[in-house]
Design a protein around this ligand. Sequence first.
Ligand SMILES: [Zn+2]
Length: 291
Amino acid sequence: MEYVELFIDSFLGVSNWTFRQIVFSVPISENYFWGLILISLIVWILELVFPWRKNQKIFRQGFWLDILYMFFNFFVFSIIIAGFYEVFNKILFKSFIIRPDSLALIKLDVFSPFLQLIIFFVILDFFQWLTHILMHHIPFLWKFHKVHHSVKEMGFAAHFRYHWMENIFYKPLKVFAIMLIGGFEPEQAYVIHFFTITIGHLNHSNLKFNYGPLKYIFNNPILHLHHHAYSVPNKFKKGVNFAISLSVWDYIFKTNYVPNSDGETKLGYQGDHSMSEGFFGQLLYGFKKGD
Ligand SMILES: [Zn+2]
C-alpha cells in the first residue's frame, strides 16, 4: 500500500510541476518547459541564418517527428516514469539499507558552489559517455538506440529523437554517478541542465563549428555528425565519437574520428530502411524479434 501511495504521489507531483512550468508558476531559471522552447528557437534561428548544409529544408526530413519526441521524452515520459523511479529508489535505499552516500568518493559540500557544479557535470557526463558506448556494443541495447541513429538529416531537435527505453538504460549509471558524489545534486544543477540541453541541441544542429581548440573538450556539430555516419572504418565498426557534452573522453580513449567537415556525410546505419518512420511504430521498436 505504501508503494502504491508513493507511486500515485510522484505521478501527481511531476504532473503538477510540469503544469506549473507551462503556466509560468515556476521561476524562469527552473522552468525547463519554456527553457527548452527558448533554447530550441535560438538554435533553430541560427540554423536558418547560418546553415551548414545550405540545401537542407527548413522543415527537414523528420522535423515534426523530432519536435514530438522532444516533448514526449522530456515531459510526458518523465510523468509516466516518475512513480516507478520513486518506488525503485525506496526499495534500493530503504529496504537494502543502502544510503545515497554509501559509495561517496567525493564530498561535494566542501567545495564552492561553482566547483560543485563542475564536478557534478564532469562525473555525470563521463558515466553517460560510458552508457552510450554500451548502447552501441550490447546488441540488446543497440536495438533501441537505433531509433536515435535513424535520423537521416540533422537538425537541433534530432537531439531528442530516442527510444523511451534509453531513459531507463541511462538511469543506473546516473544513479551510481550521483552516489559517488554523495547522493545529491548541487543546488544549482539547473544551470548544468540548461547547459547540456544547449550543447546537445548544437551537436545535432545544421551549424558548422567546433569551438576551435576547445573541440578537444566540448562535443560539437562536426564531431557529432560523424557519430551518426552510415559507415565508418572497420576498426571503429561499433561507432565513433560517443561524446555527450564533453568530447574529451573520446580523445582520451581514442574513440574520436573526424575524416572531414564538409557536412555531407551520409547518415543512418546499415539496415535503417526497416526502421518504422512513425512515432508509434518507433515507440514499440526493439521489442520484436528481428528488430
Ligand atoms: Zn549513438
